[in-house]
Write a protein that binds this ligand. Structure first.
Ligand SMILES: [Ca+2]
Ligand SMILES: [Ca+2]
Length: 199
């Protein structure tokens, strides 16, 4: 029994699942209940795929599209989304920025000052790219997106799709695993010697 319990505990620690979904948006139902302030954001036909995506019809600064409150205890979470610039490569900065407010403003994705970069001349054009990062929040937060007013690309050429925020699944800590294993071996030996004494 003890061995089974240890195996189950280790399996739970090693689970590759993303954990709980906090926020999910594929823009197939317009800008519905997920969004509190819409600004210049519009859902349009994905220029490369047979579904819908998001773009902006006016430059933003400080955020253009704001989500409703995403309930979350303080901690670290995963953000992933797809990003496309249809601006010609001669426009050095394609414009996409993504941030949170918890309630303080933190830009997570943008130019080289942020955790992930989608605002440089190295961003591929006319191809969706997957962006994926971890971030921390002090508690409940809003997600916000824009095509930055300071970028060089023509407005409307920065697209977003398939936004997903999930709870972090921590890597199994080696020390925790060693501790569990030792505790399990100890318990197993104890019950073995008890059953010997009883026989
Ligand atoms: Ca979509
Ligand atoms: Ca798409």
């Amino acid at each position: 029994m003890k061995r089974t319990a240890i195996v189950l505990a280790l399996a739970a620690l090693c689970s590759p699942a993303f954990g709980a979904i906090l926020f999910q948006e594929d823009f197939e139902s317009g800008l519905g209940a997920n969004w509190a302030i819409i600004g210049s954001a519009q859902v349009v036909a994905d220029p490369l795929q047979a579904d819908n995506a998001l773009h902006f019809t006016a430059p933003g600064s400080g955020g253009d599209l704001f989500s409703t409150v995403i309930a979350a205890p303080a901690g670290t979470y995963y953000l992933q989304f797809d990003y496309l610039s249809t601006a010609d490569i001669s426009f050095a900065t394609p414009g996409g920025f993504v941030g949170i407010m918890d309630p303080l403003e933190t830009w997570l994705v943008g130019d080289a000052n942020y955790a992930a970069t989608i605002q440089t001349n190295a961003v591929p054009r006319n191809a969706w790219q997957h962006v994926d990062l971890t971030f921390s929040t002090n508690g409940n937060f809003l997600l916000k997106l824009e095509q930055f007013a300071g970028s060089s690309a023509p407005i409307g050429t920065a697209y977003f799709d398939n936004i997903l925020i999930t709870t972090e699944t921590p890597e199994p800590s080696t020390m925790a695993m060693v501790g569990l294993a030792l505790a399990g071996v100890g318990a197993f030996r104890q019950s073995k010697s008890k059953s010997k004494a009883n026989s």
